[in-house]
Design a protein around this ligand. Structure first.
Ligand code: GLY
Length: 254
């Protein structure tokens, strides 16, 4: 079993304690027999509930002052659930988790909100964070005792971008990827991540024999230093996190 969690590319070490809390919650669940999806989602919920992070309650503001969030959950058994431009939900990753078990993969905007309500998720006013920068997307990748791997990510996007803009977080292959023996989550400038189909390409480097660490370094090296990017990943034998910026992250494994 193993789990790796990050608190967002560009965030500082001052919030490392929040990431440690999040990874410990997921790690304990795995130890108690929880599946990889439950562990990854639980870790991300901790970060969404901690307003120092750019997700859930601490999500950054759009150009019009609104708070719109994106989130994704995927399992290497083939399930994927994503939500985009979701408002008034404190834990968007829990909505993505529900979508994962539907016969569709993605919901956006009012439809996503109506769906969340219909599934019993409580709506609330999410004030978000007026901080100029509180890091980027948060995420977790977990592998349970059966060997299943799950990825969960959540974001407020990038401060000041247009309302309705969607970044990489719900972008399959760009912002997240999982398949046999691999799970990857990205954080950073969404357009740069999506255009390079980053997570899928890093997974291919792992399939070609690179270690997790070397594959992440390869992916980050695709970018100039002024484009903030970070990655976390697990294989069947190891886990790592890497960024061209500061990025609080933590790994637990047995
Ligand atoms: N990485 C999050 C975003 O660009 O929206």
């Amino acid at each position: 079993m193993r789990i790796v969690v990050h608190g967002g590319a560009g965030h500082t070490g001052e919030v490392q304690d929040g990431v440690e809390t999040a990874v410990d919650i997921g790690w304990k669940l795995l130890g108690d027999g929880a599946d990889a999806v439950s562990a990854a989602v639980a870790s991300v919920v901790v970060l969404e509930d901690d307003s120092r992070f750019n997700a859930g309650t601490g999500a950054c503001l759009r150009a019009d002052g609104s708070v719109q969030t994106d989130a994704a959950v995927a399992c290497n058994d083939g399930r994927l659930g994503t939500i985009s431009v979701l408002e008034d939900i404190a834990n968007p990753v829990q909505v993505a988790r529900l979508v994962m078990d539907e016969d569709f993969d993605a919901l956006a905007g009012k439809g996503a909100l109506d769906y969340a309500r219909s599934r019993g998720i409580t709506t609330t006013t999410v004030i978000g964070s007026e901080k100029p920068w509180a890091g980027d997307t948060v995420g977790a990748v977990a592998q349970d005792s059966s060997g299943a791997i799950a990825v969960a990510s959540s974001t407020g996007g990038i401060r000041g971008r247009l309302a309705g803009r969607v970044g990489d977080t719900p972008h399959w292959g760009g912002g997240l990827w999982t398949d046999a023996g691999v799970g990857i989550a990205a954080t950073g400038v969404g357009e740069a991540i999506s255009r390079r189909l980053l997570c899928f390409r890093v997974a291919r480097m792992m399939a070609d024999g690179l270690s997790v660490q070397k594959a992440l370094e390869w992916g980050i090296a695709l970018y100039p230093p002024d484009i903030v990017i970070g990655l976390i990943a697990l294989s069947d034998t190891e886990g790592a996190g890497f960024s061209n910026s500061s990025m609080p992250w933590a790994l637990r494994q047995d």
